[in-house]
Design a protein around this ligand. Structure first.
Ligand code: GLN
Length: 187
């Protein structure tokens, strides 16, 4: 059984845990350093990236997670999670700085804080529901990064080897295909 950690400091933790368990994985809540042992993959959920960064610092998790990413541990960052993974942020200092993408926060403006669309993603499936909540987008990608999905000209799903960055919240729908792609193709 694959052991997948979910960073459990803040944000949409429970929904990821439930979806991973539904996919037959063992889901581990990561709150301290010792929870990072023997993982096959790690999910960085959505929430609020500035708050998450403060908690990562307070619980001494930033360096260990960065080290695991550099050693090749597969990671999925959704929404605030892709902000944490990015090597570059527009108008902010980066956090983990491991994924070769430039990310812009709160890309969709205040008047449309949250919305849902259906996406056709060739590598993942058709009609995938995607919930955007004060979502970031990927402004630019490095050479080795594969763009998996765009919406209205903005990159919203990209893969940098073992790192998958997603603008939206796949865990807030009943559709498991994004997480399934992560656990079956990348972990
Ligand atoms: N806007 C949030 C941030 O900047 C991310 C929103 C989300 O994760 N739903 O961290």
């Amino acid at each position: 059984m694959k052991r997948i950690g979910v960073l459990a400091l803040q944000g949409a933790v429970r929904e990821h845990i439930q979806m991973l368990e539904a996919l037959g994985c063992e889901a581990i809540q990561v709150k301290q350093r010792k929870d990072l042992g023997n993982l096959d993959g790690l999910v960085l959920p959505g929430g609020e990236s500035t708050t998450m960064r403060k908690l990562l610092d307070r619980f001494d998790l930033l360096e260990p997670i960065r080290g695991l990413a550099q050693q090749g541990l597969p990671m999925l960052g959704t929404c605030a999670g892709v902000i944490l993974l990015a090597k570059d942020l527009i108008e902010d200092e980066p956090h983990l700085a491991v994924m070769d993408v430039t990310v812009a926060r709160n890309s969709y403006g205040r008047q449309v804080d949250s919305f849902e669309v259906q996406l056709d993603i060739p590598k993942v499936g058709v009609g995938i529901p995607a919930v955007f909540i004060r979502a970031p987008h990927i402004e630019a990608v490095g050479k080795g990064v594969e763009i998996l999905a765009q919406h209205e000209g903005k990159i919203i799903l990209a893969q940098d080897g073992h790192l998958l960055g997603c603008s939206f919240h796949p865990e807030l729908t009943e559709d498991t295909r994004i997480l399934e792609y992560f656990v079956t193709s990348m972990v």
